[in-house]
Design a binder for this molecule. Structure first.
Ligand code: AMP
Length: 533
């Protein structure tokens, strides 16, 4: 008999109905949180799995092994089951599923059918519907994993990113929910790290503008030098040291100097993150290709070590002496990092609320031969494998000289002026469009430019004035992206007009070939090269 504390399966069936009847994410989160909080701890895991349409966690790679024929036969016999059966509980369902999966041997088909039939026989019609959905291909019932994950976080009062990280490690949302509800943040954090196994690195978003970064980070942010090298994570457990690349490849053998540093640090176990940069005799960064030679080499590492020395710059500490720091705030991780490692191998950084301070720090980084800055939110936990606004990369924009092919009439404040410029690069006798921008010019500059464009008009559509491409503008942008929007196949990200190049005629605008070259370079550095490591 169900004890008083066993929750009827009907409660879960009712939850899935409610979840299905609303499209509001917040409402779903609230319903889930309320439900999970009402459950005894041992029912949390099973309930979560059923609600997301899973019978067994993905990590277990287990299946019910129930085919159509078995299910049909089970359903036939179900009708004969007594109607006065006691109400089914969540735990009954869990036990039945486990029993069905465990059935083996010559008579296993019949055993499974019998168990299934008894389970379905105990269910009311509404409950049976949920069970059948679950059994059929483990399809989605009430919610997807993303919403469930947030509901679990709400129920436990913890950061959803922590729940997400723990889920990535455990591959069992049911177990994650149990831990979240019974042990909270500290329990979840324990799943963040397995020493000597690589961790997916946290990633940054490209910053559009420094003010926006400051605002997003609550007025104050930490900015570190962004080094133009290869990211590594250094694990140490007792005497064992392993170094992994950003692609989670074991590169321990390629970086003996890093291993030596790790062995010399005063701790039993840790997980450090940083960047290695190839440097010349004076300590200035060498081109990325030189660094890659270090990584590709398998033999004679010692000889190459002299030829291409590496500098290490550490910027995070995710684990220290038996304790995960993943859920600790960045500022605390940094403080622990500072205590652990000598200042020489620590990334340079400042904490600031001032745009101009960030600008001069950026200048300093560039002058020292580095790539730019990373802005990190002081209160943020480490979010495994996630790209987000807690880390922003701040790099100087690249520029390209483009021709203006057309301009659109503006809206709002820009009504009545031509303001959104269509940009193109030369491709033999024609132009290839690579984006649009309305940013960068003052109102007066826009008005002046409008007069010139109207004089160059070739034809007009309701919103667009097409012009002879004679005006060349220097365009600052953050990245060249692949894009299906233009025939050229490319688009500039965060394009803005840096200045009007009155000194250049259309024949001097950049070419399509150059654009492709710039893209390839960008790709080579950020994509292919890393892929090899
Ligand atoms: P990106 O490859 O342009 O997306 O920039 C992110 C990469 O910058 C990271 O994966 C690191 O390899 C690198 N990086 C350099 N300096 C830092 C730093 N101080 N903090 C975090 N990442 C850094």
């Amino acid at each position: 008999m169900p004890t008083g504390s066993e929750t009827p399966f009907e409660a879960l069936a009712e939850l899935t109905r409610k979840l299905e009847s609303t499209t509001k994410r917040l409402e779903k989160r609230r319903l889930i949180a309320e439900f999970l909080r009402s459950l005894p701890r041992e029912e949390v895991g099973p309930a979560v799995l059923i609600a997301i349409g899973r019978i067994f966690p993905e990590a277990e790679q287990k299946a019910l092994n129930v085919g159509w024929a078995t299910l049909e036969k089970a359903l036939e016999t179900t009708r004969q089951v007594r109607l006065d059966a006691r109400p089914l509980t969540i735990r009954d369902v869990r036990r039945a599923f486990d029993g069905i999966a465990a059935a083996s041997g010559t008579d296993s088909v019949r055993a499974r059918r019998r168990l299934l039939s008894s389970l379905l026989g105990q269910a009311t019609e509404g409950e049976r519907e949920v069970l059948l959905k679950s059994i059929f291909g483990e399809m989605r019932i009430g919610v997807n994993e993303g919403v469930m994950l947030e509901g679990i976080a709400d129920a436990a009062g913890v950061d959803p990113d922590l729940v997400r990280s723990a889920h990535m490690f455990l591959g069992d949302l049911g177990r994650v929910a149990e831990v979240a509800l019974s042990e909270g943040t500290s329990g979840l954090a324990a799943f963040g790290v397995r020493l000597l196994s690589p961790v997916k690195p946290m990633m940054a978003e490209m910053a559009d503008d420094i003010d926006a970064v400051l605002e997003e980070h609550g007025g104050t942010t930490a900015v570190e030098f962004k080094f133009d090298g290869a990211r590594i994570q250094i694990h140490r457990k007792g005497e064992a040291v392993r170094v992994f690349s950003r692609r989670l490849t074991d590169v321990t053998e390629s970086v003996p100097e890093v291993v030596e540093i790790a062995r010399g640090l005063p701790a039993d176990s840790f997980l450090l993150e940083g960047e290695v940069v190839a440097v010349d005799a004076s300590g200035r960064p060498l081109p990325f290709q030189d660094l890659m030679r270090r990584f590709r080499r398998v033999h004679e590492i010692e000889a190459l070590r002299k030829e291409i020395p590496l500098n290490l710059y550490l910027f995070d500490l995710l684990y220290l002496n038996g304790r995960s720091l993943m859920s600790s705030a960045y500022r605390e991780r940094w403080a622990a990092l500072e205590r652990l490692v000598p200042p020489k191998i620590l990334a340079k950084r400042i904490i600031t609320s001032s745009r101009s301070e960030i600008e001069s720090f950026l200048k300093e980084a560039l002058e020292a031969g580095h790539e730019g800055l990373m802005a990190k939110q002081l209160d943020s936990p480490y979010t495994v494998g996630k790209r987000g606004k807690r880390w922003f990369k701040i790099k100087p924009a690249d520029t390209l000289d483009a021709g203006i092919l057309a301009a659109e009439w503006g809206h709002g404040r820009r009504q009545g002026t031509l303001s959104n410029y269509w940009l193109g690069v030369r491709d033999g006798g024609r132009w290839q469009m690579i984006g649009k921008t309305f940013k960068g010019l003052t109102d007066q500059e826009r008005l002046d430019l409008m007069d010139r464009l109207i004089a160059l008009k070739t034809r007009e559509e309701p919103w667009v004035v097409h012009v002879r491409p004679e005006v060349v503008v220097e365009i600052a942008y953050n990245e060249i992206q692949r894009s299906p929007h233009y025939e050229s196949g490319f688009a500039l990200r965060f394009a803005r007009v840096a200045r009007i190049r009155d000194d250049k005629g259309p024949g001097e605008a950049d070419t399509y070939a150059r654009l492709k070259e710039l893209y390839a370079k960008q790709f080579e550095r950020k994509g292919k090269a890393y892929e090899e490591v």
